[in-house]
Design a protein around this ligand. Structure first.
Ligand code: RUB
Length: 362
């Protein structure tokens, strides 16, 4: 993704591996400060996933894979039984961070398999290669999603998106924002309504920042305003990302997605979900089986930002003791989804068949 710092534009990935460390853009500091931070070992990586230093299904999947590569390197001098114990424990530590995104689970399982055959040195190299393959596949998928999805965006369209399913939620390009990026690069006029996305405001802080960097016109709206703009006919289509998609097409995505889908349906607005196959969970029959992460109530009673001098600060908007429920995701039933934009094409209903046959394609 393009990042403009002091008038100079540079290309960045959301996260990458350097030796045994992971480097990543600290998403908690954006848009006020651009900072690259370093994670020294797999425990740091697990904590960074939990604390949302990086977030988004694709990005945490890649971080999970890299975290496993760190663990393998940490254990490279051990004997086989200790190596196996260490790797298994690291997998649990990394998985126990955020339960909803399928990508994290899949990436860790792939690395665990890679760690199971050969000499210790061979196992270490296999895990590193597998983690690298997860990252390359993510990158390829997000580029293809952009190409497939840009065909759905006509010149002059207004797209509404929720949360951040942009380059920062992936390695680059993103899912929901990738079609927008490609349409913009093809010279189409495209405008984006950016939902603020309480409580952590990934729309206001991250999606708005990404669109600003790319010079794509956008406007920030509060979550409650999306229905207003849809009813006025100002929104042509909605594209969101996903954290886990059940085999029947039910979608877990950032809290508030469900309401957007229902209001879009009511107003005859196409509602697309952009996601790579890593986000689909064929073992999960429906949205009712998806575990929804509940996060700390402090995210709802307080807000983080900077003061007028640019110093990081937290303000309380409700009394700290206020009882809070804070589900991070919700389920959108597949009947509200117009299509899935994937790296192997646009999937249309009936979804159970379309999803299972998409896994037969190369
Ligand atoms: C992120 C979120 C995003 C999906 C899309 O939630 O809900 O829409 O993860 O992911 P959080 P991707 O900020 O809580 O992680 O674009 O990576 O597939």
């Amino acid at each position: 993704m393009k990042v403009r710092i002091d008038g100079v534009t540079k290309d960045y990935r959301t996260l990458w591996m350097e030796g045994q460390t992971i480097k990543l853009i600290d998403q908690r500091k954006l848009p006020h400060r651009f900072e690259v931070t370093t994670l020294e070992n797999h425990r740091d990586t697990a904590k960074a996933i939990k604390d949302m230093v990086m977030r988004g299904a694709g990005a945490i999947g890649v971080a999970g894979g890299y975290g496993m590569a760190q663990a393998a390197l940490e254990a490279s001098e051990m004997m086989q039984p200790e190596f196996e114990k260490y790797i298994q424990k690291a997998a649990v530590t990394l998985k126990d961070t955020r339960p909803t995104a399928a990508n994290l689970y899949h990436a860790i399982e792939r690395c665990l398999n890679a760690a199971s055959i050969g000499s210790i040195q061979e196992r270490v190299s296999s895990v590193i290669n597998e983690a690298g393959a997860v990252a390359s596949e993510d990158l390829y998928a997000s580029e293809q999603i952009g190409i497939v999805g840009s065909e759905l965006i006509e010149d002059g369209s207004a797209v509404l998106t929720h949360c951040n399913a942009g380059a920062l939620a992936f390695i680059d390009y993103g899912t929901a924002l990738s079609p927008v990026r490609f349409a913009h690069r093809q010279g189409k006029k495209v405008f984006v309504f950016v939902d603020e996305t309480r409580p952590r405001c990934q729309g206001a802080r991250l999606t708005a920042w990404e669109l600003e960097q790319e010079g794509i016109p956008y406007t920030l709206i509060v979550d409650n305003a999306a229905g207003y703009f849809m009813r006025r006919g100002e929104v042509d289509l909605i594209i969101v990302g996903a954290d886990r998609i059940a085999s029947n097409g039910d979608v877990a995505n950032k809290i508030g997605t469900y309401e957007k889908a229902v209001v879009a349906h009511e107003n005859g607005i196409p509602f697309y979900v952009a996601a790579p196959r890593m986000t689909f969970d064929l073992n999960c029959p429906s949205g009712d089986h998806i575990e929804i992460e509940e996060r700390d109530g402090a995210e709802v009673t307080g807000m983080w930002g900077v003061d007028e001098k640019g110093c990081p600060t937290k303000v309380l908007i409700a009394e700290e003791k206020t009882p809070v429920r804070n589900p991070a995701f919700d389920i959108t039933p597949s009947k509200y989804v117009t299509g899935f934009i994937t790296e192997v094409g646009l999937l249309k209903p009936p979804y159970t068949d379309a999803i299972s046959s998409s896994f037969l394609k190369e």
